[in-house]
Design a protein around this ligand. Structure first.
Ligand code: SF4
Length: 326
């Protein structure tokens, strides 16, 4: 499928980002309402299926073996355990089940188990998402044939800033896997992390890369760095909350049909900050107490926030306004 959306430039993205905040929010909310029910939030549950001991050196990650992490490496967990957790997530209202492994790339010997996880979760009637690192063509085809809906592969930041954050792979490696996944017909989930010392221009360049993919990722997680002990970014300066909201609103305007996920960092945000992000066009969250290894608000806290804001969890997986009207 070729990209039919307008091509974004950094200048155009910057012009949107720099709008007076009220104009930016109004425009983002208008775009949001044209494409989604403004009071529905998609909820996903994330399970770590293989934790720690990762060969990559992502500066923000406590699972990297290179970051002197105290986290011990686990093996790939049993398929049955994954399905038990998926059933619980479904009973809790999640429509998508995301499975994350701390790998540079999966080994071929792991593929049978990964395929069984995808097939099993789909049989429960949930959307499936995996994040496993780099994939070759054969691995992509096996996951696609098993029915994988989404593949998460974050680009994290701009191409310029990428080597400051990760040195064991390149930005181009990342794009290669994303293209392979997209060409095979699997939806892409890709976004980044704000607050790693990057400039505003890096955040916008990241959005430009995503918006100009053919097509833009169906799911765009925007994370606020939660500095992890023992990582090179343990002392990173927190991002200003309004700057964070501006990125969410800009992402919504640049990628009108994508789910923009308010991802890691929510446990450090006030209700007001989250509410502004939802108004700016964020319409997806992770539920549950942990995100791989980082803290996340408990489900009760989310239910209270949803009630205060009159938000509801989306009950049908992947239902935008356009799809609902068909
Ligand atoms: S972010 Fe993923 S790839 Fe990077 S070190 Fe952590 S687990 Fe490994």
């Amino acid at each position: 499928m070729k990209n039919t959306s307008p091509t974004w430039t950094r200048e155009a993205a910057q012009a949107v980002y720099d709008l007076p905040l009220m104009d930016l929010l109004f425009r983002a909310q208008t775009v949001h309402r044209e494409n989604f029910d403004p009071n529905k939030i998609q909820t996903s549950k994330l399970l770590s299926i293989k934790t720690g001991g990762c060969a990559e050196d992502c500066s923000y990650c406590s699972q990297s073996a290179r970051n002197g992490s105290k986290l011990s490496a686990s093996k790939l967990i049993e398929v049955q355990r994954v399905l038990t957790e998926a059933r619980k997530a479904k009973d809790g209202g999640a429509t998508r089940f995301c499975m994350g492994a701390a790998w540079r790339e999966p080994k071929d010997r792991d593929m049978d188990a990964l395929v069984a996880m995808v097939e099993g979760v789909r049989e429960l009637g949930m959307e499936t998402c995996m994040t496993l690192g780099m994939l070759d063509d054969n691995q992509v085809f096996r996951l696609r044939d098993a029915g994988l809906d989404y593949y998460n592969h974050n680009i994290d930041t701009s191409e310029r800033y990428y080597p400051e954050v990760i040195t064991t792979r390149t930005f181009a490696d990342r794009i290669d896997t994303m293209n392979r996944v997209q060409d095979a017909g699997i939806k892409v989930c890709s976004g980044g992390i704000l607050g790693m010392g990057e400039e505003v221009g890096d955040r916008l360049d990241m959005l430009v890369t995503l918006a100009n993919m053919g097509p833009a990722p169906e799911s765009v997680p925007i994370n606020m760095l939660m500095p992890q002990e023992d990582t090179p970014l343990a002392d990173a300066k927190p991002i200003d909350p309004i700057e964070f909201v501006r990125v969410i609103a800009t992402a919504r305007i640049m990628m009108p049909k994508s789910y923009v996920r308010l991802s890691a960092g929510r446990s450090d945000m006030t209700d007001e900050h989250q509410a502004m992000c939802f108004f700016a066009g964020a319409n997806s969250i992770f539920v549950g107490e942990t995100l791989l290894t980082a803290e996340n608000p408990e489900e009760d806290t989310d239910s209270i926030l949803f009630a205060k804001l009159g938000l509801e969890a989306e009950t049908v997986a992947g239902q935008s306004c356009a799809e609902a009207a068909e």
